[in-house]
Design a protein around this ligand. Structure first.
Ligand code: FAD
Ligand code: SF4
Ligand code: SF4
Length: 1014
């Protein structure tokens, strides 16, 4: 069962019985209440190294729910832990408490005052969502943390978060005007400017008076012990009464009581709403990327650069540069910012309202670097898109670093020490030596402007990591003290640093913090064990991967050996695949790549994660799934690996592979789902309905012989309902129509196989049986380009040479890996002779063709599959490649339609082929191509047809795809290369204004026809 720690629970910790607590909670609230092991397990971790099982989880439907839950918790003495995205790095959001996740429902903008430049929001609102809402007003909330896509305003206030531009805008605390809070004893009210506290309820006035008294009493200690640096987020902000930072809390020096709640990590009160100060969106920005020969020089130069008044100075070191280069999406972006092979770069940003301002400052930077002995070291970036792309690389910095395979991981515990700029270079140098002494190394990046450099030494917490962590922390702390810095300059205290609070602030202020806690929360109910009365950072009973962490041995169907490795942090080397000692042959280690940063909870462009976007349930995020798998694989859910809890968590995963690309550590849940389904099927058998769908390629030839019979379901009233019961296909769906004129039976396809073919056209099951016109169009386009084309057919040695080839995707989706392998083997055997001659394999359906470059490499198909992968291209990739090389000549003419709206299949996005699709469509003269910013269409193979998934499927389609299609002019072509995407578009627009989407080759075919006619 899951490890449980009581160390940070107050008093009795758990209620007399979970049963009584659960019963009372359920009757008191409308929201979701979860006490099952898997749900508790999913809320037992955040982006820290810790894991503590919560008592239960509440997803409140309203503030009333929170109030009611607090009442129940108070009467049964159960602690409460407020939670947003759970992206904290220090263990702030793990604890033996009732976790209240308000990110799902409590996320509205409550009030907006444009003139006062203030907005009041609920705590679960995500920062990027707020900023998207503010953009039309020319405003933004400028605390631009790296996790902006997922972190919530309530969590940001809880941690006193700060962003890359804190030198210009300060931390969260500088940007919060008021907090409406709910206290553990049930009292409520607004904490705000001191002048307004007279109107507050008596309990709040009492607290304010007492706080003021504490502040006055400890004035000297505050002056002596609170670090003077701009970045300091440890302890409670008692220095609001005697500000110590160079940046004052308020412009006029007055006291605002909300600032004591900011950074309190949910230990004082529950934030019901926050009033935030907004900034005007900077109208013009320029970025200078300064290239340095050494990290030391970069740090030395930070101080003079800051004097130029930039809005940000961010460091990216050599390791990070190399890791970013390893990511295909980031490589061109980072390369454009470099001169040669710098050891480090500083991203220096200037902003202003008038266009000339940033350019003038950029010129000053160039001059300054010359004066500092580094002429020609600045790459200027004035284009907004280029700047944004480079900021994305910097923002992904930590995650890029976390993509390291093996048990040694970069661990966050001295990640955000802040030292005055004058000492930064020396600090970096000395700390690097400390790392070397302990047999590890760190990667440096982030906020050089404010002396907060992120660094995580690579430690193996399952082995000697805890001891090294303590030793390194002690030495880092001594340096921080010497330089008069702050041990926590950004991420807060949580479980990892509460023990440092006394070290940083001394016994008197530590006692004063205890008094603050007692004033707000005398019964120690609010997130106990953080900031005051904490545990030791190296208490292994709280680790996610403690020494002795065990993994259930399983035999895997796919090859996960690439993850089954050890890493050597100093030499930056991995051992050979399969040597990592994983009893699950690398599968467990692949699952453990999820570091819980929560990026899969984002809502921006990109694919990941469509099911979370629709349900907003942690369970349906990639993280929730990875955690469920991890817990099951380590026996922490009780029972076996193939458990219903995992099956449930994976149920709404549409295998879109969005995570494969968008997850910074490359968690590929679609592949993991295949592996899990296989174990499930082995244990529980294959349901009839699933078998029917999976074996479509087997029975398709029979259905195609009697298409009128196979199509009856959509024509005879009542049959769809019956079919829903028998096969699980939702009666509201139409099914793809079987065709008598299948492609492979056509004369065009039957033509002699060209032994010297340049191209082998792989016609998938769907194109062959349901949309043969697409395959005809592909053939026509390729031949019009003067290419010799062969149609892929089973090899002569195939046991069923007349049965069409199939990639095996439908089998894989059901976890029938052996059957999928058989199909794959046939396909590989058929194609290998062609590629041996130098031909390229070209396919139409993204999910089929791209499988050859993905799953085929882990299905035990040997060398042949490795050779085939780089020679297998989607038709748009092939045409774009030939076009770029000047080898393609297609006589294309303008079409009557002047616009094309392109929806990308998820696998096209995951494999970065959308650029090719756009390039190819743009070959059509005068055609304006626009890409729909959509995630998964929701159909995803058979997913959307299934009655139990229909509603979720349609919601996915309605998040972006269908509204964009409906809004498109009737004269605009809708283009989608995925069979299921096209079907979803047709189904979703059925009725008054139906729209049909075309495969891109059909557009080319029409353009060729127009050329012929014209
Ligand atoms: C890859 C990565 C990059 C990061 N980059 C940055 C960065 O650039 N700058 C930065 O400052 N941080 C950064 N962080 C840390 C973290 O993302 C931020 O602190 C973030 O603001 C936390 O938001 P959240 O919604 O995840 O809060 P959570 O982690 O859910 O909660 C944070 C704290 O706030 C408390 N809390 C949440 N809601 C409430 C409420 N309603 N009432 C009372 N207390 C509440 C919680 O109890 C907890 O103590 C990073 C983390 C990761 C993993
Ligand atoms: S699945 Fe990926 S994006 Fe999601 S939390 Fe884990 S590592 Fe982050
Ligand atoms: S494959 Fe798609 S649906 Fe599944 S977890 Fe990844 S992003 Fe989410």
């Amino acid at each position: 069962m899951m490890r449980t720690s009581q160390t940070n629970a107050p008093g009795p910790g758990r209620p007399a019985t979970d049963g009584e607590f659960a019963r009372r909670l359920r009757s008191a609230v409308r929201g979701e209440v979860m006490f099952d092991a898997a749900s508790r397990g999913r809320y037992a971790t955040d982006a820290s190294i810790y894991q503590v099982e919560p008592v239960g989880v509440l997803v409140p439907a309203s503030h009333d729910d929170v109030r009611a839950a607090l009442d129940v918790c108070r009467s049964l003495r159960v602690p409460v832990l407020p939670r947003g995205a759970g992206s904290s790095q220090c263990g702030q959001t793990v604890g033996a408490a009732l976790v209240i996740d308000h990110s799902k429902h409590l996320n509205r903008v409550l009030a907006f005052d444009r003139d006062a430049m203030e907005v009041t929001v609920e705590p679960g609102l995500v920062l990027d969502t707020l900023n998207a809402w503010l953009r039309p007003h020319g405003l933004w909330f400028p605390v631009d943390v790296s996790t902006s896509a997922q972190c919530t305003l309530g969590g940001m206030a809880g941690n006193n978060s700060c962003g890359s531009r804190s030198i210009a805008y300060g931390n969260m605390v500088h940007n919060v005007a008021a907090i409406d809070a709910l206290l553990a004893d049930g009292s409520e009210g607004r904490f705000g400017p001191e002048a307004d506290m007279a109107q507050a309820p008596s309990r709040l006035r009492e607290i304010a008076r007492a706080l003021r008294a504490i502040g006055e009493r400890h004035r000297d200690e505050i002056e002596a012990r609170v670090p003077k640096v701009m970045r300091r987020v440890g302890g409670y902000n008692l220095d609001v009464f005697h500000p110590q930072s160079e940046r004052p809390y308020t412009a006029d020096g007055s006291v605002n009581y909300a600032h004591l709640l900011v950074g309190s990590e949910g230990t004082l009160a529950w934030t019901k709403s926050l009033t935030l100060k907004l900034g005007a969106l900077p109208r013009h920005r320029a970025l200078g990327v300064v290239n340095f020969p050494s990290l030391y020089r970069a740090m030395e130069c930070a101080q003079p650069i800051v004097k130029l008044a930039p809005s940000a100075v961010e460091l990216v070191d050599r390791t990070m540069i190399d890791l970013a280069r390893g990511n295909p999406a980031f490589r061109p972006v980072i390369d454009a910012a470099l001169f040669g092979e710098p050891a480090a770069i500083l991203l220096v940003e200037f902003t202003a309202d008038e266009a000339e301002g940033p350019l003038r400052q950029l010129a000053r930077l160039v001059e300054l670097m010359g004066e500092l002995g580094l002429p020609g070291s600045v790459v200027p970036l004035t284009d907004a898109a280029a700047q944004k792309a480079l900021w994305e690389v910097r923002k992904a910095g930590l995650n890029i670093m976390m993509s390291m395979k093996g048990d040694g991981k970069p661990v966050s515990f001295i990640e955000d020490c802040a030292v005055p700029l004058a000492h930064l270079a020396e600090y970096v140098d000395r700390l690097s030596q400390v790392f070397a002494k302990h047999g590890t190394r760190g990667t440096w990046y982030a906020h050089a402007s404010v002396g907060t450099l992120h660094v995580r030494p690579i430690l193996d917490m399952r082995r000697d990591g805890a001891a090294k962590m303590r030793a390194i922390a002690e030495e880092a702390a001594a340096m921080v003290r010497e330089y008069k810095g702050a041990f926590s300059g950004e991420h807060g205290d949580g479980l990892v640093r509460t023990e440092r609070v006394a070290w940083q602030f001394g016994p008197v202020l530590t006692q004063a913090f205890e008094e603050v806690k007692a004033l707000f929360d005398p019964d120690n109910l609010m997130n106990p064990g953080k900031i005051v009365r904490g545990t030791r950072m190296d208490d292994a009973s709280l680790f996610r991967f403690p020494p002795g962490h065990r993994v259930v041995p399983i035999a895997t169907a796919l090859d996960w050996a690439a993850w089954d490795v050890h890493n050597d942090p100093v030499r930056d080397e991995l051992t050979a695949p399969g040597t990592g000692g994983d009893p699950a042959h690398g599968f467990a280690k692949a699952v453990e790549m999820c570091n819980n940063n929560g990026h899969c909870r984002k809502f921006d462009a990109g694919t990941m994660c469509p099911s979370y976007r629709v349900t907003r349930d942690e369970e349906h995020s990639t993280r929730g799934r990875a955690n469920t798998l991890r817990l099951a694989l380590s026996g922490q859910l009780g029972g076996e690996f193939a458990s219903p809890a995992v099956r449930e968590a994976l149920d709404l995963c549409v295998s879109c592979k969005g995570c494969r690309r968008d997850c910074p550590t490359g968690v590929d849940m679609a592949k993991m789902k295949v592996e899990f389904n296989r174990h499930w099927q082995q244990r529980h058998g294959v349901a009839f309905k699933e078998r029917v769908v999976a074996s479509l390629p087997r029975w398709a030839p029979w259905a195609a012989r009697l298409p009128w019979l196979a199509n009856l379901r959509d024509t005879v009233p009542g049959l769809a309902r019956l079919g829903e019961r028998a096969f699980g296909f939702d009666a509201r769906r139409t099914l793809p129509r079987w065709r008598a004129d299948t492609f492979l039976a056509s004369a065009a396809a039957r033509g002699p196989t060209d032994a010297d073919a340049d191209v082998v056209l792989l016609v998938d099951t769907f194109s062959n049986y349901f949309e043969p016109e697409n395959a005809h169009a592909a053939l026509a386009v390729l031949r019009a380009a003067g290419l010799r084309v062969a149609v892929a057919r089973a090899s002569a040695s195939d046991p069923a040479p007349s049965r069409p080839l199939c990639c095996g995707r439908t089998y894989l989706g059901a976890g029938l890996v052996d059957e999928a392998k058989r199909e794959a083997r046939r396909l590989v055997d058929a194609l290998v002779p062609h590629i041996a001659r130098g031909a390229t394999v070209v396919g139409l359906e993204p999910s089929c063709l791209l499988g050859l470059r993905d799953e085929y490499l882990v299905m035990g198909l040997g060398e042949d599959a490795q050779r085939l992968a780089p020679r297998a291209l989607l038709i748009e990739e092939f045409l774009a490649r030939e076009h770029r090389a000047g080898r393609l000549s297609l006589p294309l003419a303008p079409l009557p339609q002047k616009g094309a709206l392109l929806h990308g299949h998820c696998h096209q996005k995951a494999f970065d082929t959308m650029g090719s699709a756009v390039d190819v469509l743009r070959m059509v003269p005068e055609l304006q191509v626009e890409v729909i910013e959509s995630s998964c269409c929701g159909m995803a193979g058979s997913f959307g047809y299934e009655a139990r998934h229909y509603d979720v499927s349609m919601k996915m389609a309605e998040t972006a795809l269908l509204p964009s299609v409906r809004a498109a002019d009737v004269g605009t072509l809708i283009v989608a290369d995925g069979t299921s995407c096209r079907h979803q578009i047709a189904d979703g627009t059925r009725g008054a204004a139906p729209r049909e989407a075309l495969h891109l080759v059909r557009v080319l075919e029409q353009s060729l026809a127009a050329a012929k006619q014209g």
